[in-house]
Design a protein around this ligand. Structure first.
Ligand SMILES: [Zn+2]
Length: 88
């Protein structure tokens, strides 16, 4: 289970996709309906950019979250959801 925090770096564009959710759907092999936060029971309406909190990992990832967790500053645990790494 990964621990993540919303990414606050330079703005990134989801291009060529219309949204980060579309990016998520194209690159993930998972089918996710619920927010990735382990205790959250809300629907994942958006996909959010996050950092995984582990030493030496400076990559940016996208995970599906509810609207509340997508704007939260808190460190959150994600359950079975595998973050998709952004490669640009
Ligand atoms: Zn949530």
């Amino acid at each position: 289970m990964a621990t993540v925090q919303n990414y606050k770096g330079l703005p990134l564009s989801p291009y060529p996709y219309h949204s980060w959710m579309e990016h998520w759907k194209r690159h993930s092999d998972q089918w996710v309906i619920w927010c990735a936060e382990v205790h959250c029971e809300r629907i994942a309406l958006v996909a959010s950019l996050v950092k995984i909190l582990e030493k030496g990992n400076d990559n940016v990832y996208v995970v599906p979250l509810c609207k509340g967790h997508a704007v939260s500053d808190h460190i959150i645990s994600i359950g079975e959801v595998k973050p998709v790494r952004i490669t640009w």
